[in-house]
Design a protein around this ligand. Sequence first.
Ligand SMILES: Nc1ncnc2c1ncn2[C@@H]1O[C@H](COP(=O)(O)OP(=O)(O)OP(=O)(O)O)[C@@H](O)[C@H]1O
Ligand SMILES: [Mg+2]
Length: 343
Amino acid sequence: MQPVIEVQNLSKNFTIRYREDWRVYTYSKQAVRNVSFSVFPGEILAIVGESGSGKTTLGKMMVNLVRPSSGQILLNGQPVQRLSQRRFQPLRHLIQMVFQNPYASLNPMMTVREHLEEALRLADVTDPHAIEQEIQQLTQLVKLSPQVLTEYPDQLSGGECRRVNLARILARRPRILILDEPVASLDFAIKQIIVDLLLELHQKLGLTYIWISHDLEIVQAVAHRILVMFDGEILEEIPRDGSRRDGCGHPYTEILFTAAHRLHTWEQEDFSTLGAVLPQPTAGTTMASRERGCRFRSFCQRYRTIGRPKLCRETPPRFKTVSQNHLVRCHFPWIENPEVTPK
Ligand SMILES: Nc1ncnc2c1ncn2[C@@H]1O[C@H](COP(=O)(O)OP(=O)(O)OP(=O)(O)O)[C@@H](O)[C@H]1O
Ligand SMILES: [Mg+2]
């Protein structure tokens, strides 16, 4: 099957400028490091990782909002960055991003109806009758009450705001949606309702999703594949129902799973123990030492357990295929018996 998106060796360095004592200083921050993956039609591909791991930057590069420093993105086989604006135009509607902060995506001076009308005009729907019909269809599709159409963004609940954003984006008839934290900061019941709505739209409209999230519990339930990001790099690619069954996994994913489990059951536990599962860097680790070998090792319990092997200190790990479609970027991917030397 031909992928709808191919990301090849994608990296992004941000240059940060700051002023101190009348002098301007610059430094470079690498947000995404040499990332490669493919997305197939109809797939739900999840990207998880801690805050600042580069998930949103990766999403923005896919919709051409941030220019990559190196590497390329192919959309339906066409390299996006090399297309002129005119040739990119037909592809623009194909892939859309639903942004992390739903309120910031809306104009506080415009009603919901005005937002939808604007989105439809951008999709070349100009006839007033057709606009009215489309607005009705869109509100039904995202299960939004028609009364909301006259309201302004600050009058909307978190759930309604997400539905309005979805309706605006669906007005452009995309085939691929990048959902950046689509249910973050919603209460448990609304979270479930929005997840169900997204899954229903995925089925009904035959969409492809790239689902960016912190929430491993939800992602495990909805995604066909999960990419785990840390510090701009992909550390593991987990197939559906894969991961723990083959006894392999990246130590960072282990931490995320444990933290997610703890958060899920925190009511029965002492919440203060959560810190115990989050990574603590080894004392004395410098950025220079993290540039050599495995970038994760200073946080890695497995590295300490097996006696800080030279391999982890000096050689950056490559992806190992540990079972079908399950890739782990670790020299010692075995959970049960990490001492086993990799073949
Ligand atoms: N425009 C920018 N200029 C400078 N640095 C940036 C810019 N955008 C992102 N960054 C930096 O790049 C890194 C990755 O940011 P990004 O927003 O992609 O992370 P994230 O994984 O989406 O985090 P979160 O889960 O908190 O949303 C961070 O260190 C961030 O500060
Ligand atoms: Mg983000």
